[in-house]
Write a protein that binds this ligand. Structure first.
Ligand code: ZN
Ligand code: ZN
Length: 141
């Protein structure tokens, strides 16, 4: 199977083969600024499972060793890659054609969650990343 997506203007499309390794919600400042949203959901794929088509996305080094791709025409944030996970690409769930099929399984960088934002789920809230392991309490207030 393959999941498809596109930027807002449609110049860039993508296809991701198979199921993502994970889907998570990120609260980090970098994702916030890159998208203008107050949180971001992303799906983790292997790089060789993802194909962009149409216009080539622009790429920007958002922090040392991290690359974010976005549509050069409309600005839609599309992906995140990091030297930390050289085989992986994180695709923005909101850019998929069927984001409703990509339910998140955890929160990351929960320590950067905006204090007025409450998310009513019971998913684990990692202080930073799942590999770091530290989970914050369920209650957010
Ligand atoms: Zn676009
Ligand atoms: Zn983030």
């Amino acid at each position: 199977m393959s999941r498809t997506g596109r930027c807002l203007c449609g110049a860039v499309t993508f296809a991701a083969a198979g199921e993502p390794g994970w889907v998570g919600i990120c609260h980090c400042e970098s994702c916030r600024r890159a998208t203008g949203g107050v949180l971001v959901a992303a799906a983790g794929y292997k790089r060789d499972a993802v194909r962009f088509a149409g216009a080539a996305p622009m790429a920007y080094e958002s922090s040392p060793g991290a690359l974010r791709r976005f549509c050069a025409r409309c600005g839609t944030a599309l992906s995140y890659e990091s030297e930390q996970w050289p085989d992986d690409v994180h695709l923005m769930v909101g850019a998929f054609d069927r984001p409703q099929d990509l339910a998140p399984r955890f929160h990351v960088f929960a320590q950067e969650r905006l204090p007025w934002l409450r998310v009513a789920d019971d998913l684990p809230r990692f202080r930073t990343t799942p590999s770091a392991g530290e989970v914050l309490p369920d209650r957010e207030d």
